[in-house]
Design a protein around this ligand. Structure first.
Ligand SMILES: [Fe+2]
Length: 138
């Protein structure tokens, strides 16, 4: 089952939507690699890319929020930090156990499903706020 960005996830801010598409694609590649039984090295490389891209994306998204004076920034940043820490725990788990099916389940629930819910709820509110301030958002 592919992890896909779907148009209902659009927040209406080009940079954020583009990065979200890339994030979903990165999670999808990671889960595909695990489903195909690829080894620790390749799975580690893909999870490493995801981790770096997540940090980059959160930084860009938070910068847009800060520039626009979004009141939810502090709370939103905390949620981003929790996710980044969680991803670090998945990397540690990968290092400890290798790419097991249990890890794939974790990537799915704590990665893909978390991201979908986060985009649907919190990022959509950010999109709405930024679109009311078009000069800061684009
Ligand atoms: Fe976010």
């Amino acid at each position: 089952m592919a992890i896909l960005w779907t148009p209902d996830l659009a927040v209406g801010v080009e940079l954020i939507d583009r990065q979200h598409q890339e994030l979903f694609a990165a999670i999808d590649r990671l889960l595909e690699a695990m489903a195909d039984g690829l080894g620790r090295g390749e799975v580690g490389r893909l999870i490493g890319f995801l981790g770096k891209y997540v940090v980059e994306h959160f930084r860009d998204e938070e910068k847009l929020m800060a520039d626009a004076g979004c009141p939810e920034l502090a709370q939103h940043r905390r949620v981003h930090e929790e996710f980044t820490a969680d991803l670090g725990r998945l990397v540690a788990q990968l290092e400890a156990t290798g790419p097991t099916s249990a890890l794939a389940v974790e990537v799915n629930t704590r990665g893909a499903q978390w991201l979908r819910t986060h985009v649907m709820v919190m990022d959509k509110r950010v999109g709405e706020f930024l679109r009311q301030r078009p000069r800061a958002a684009r």
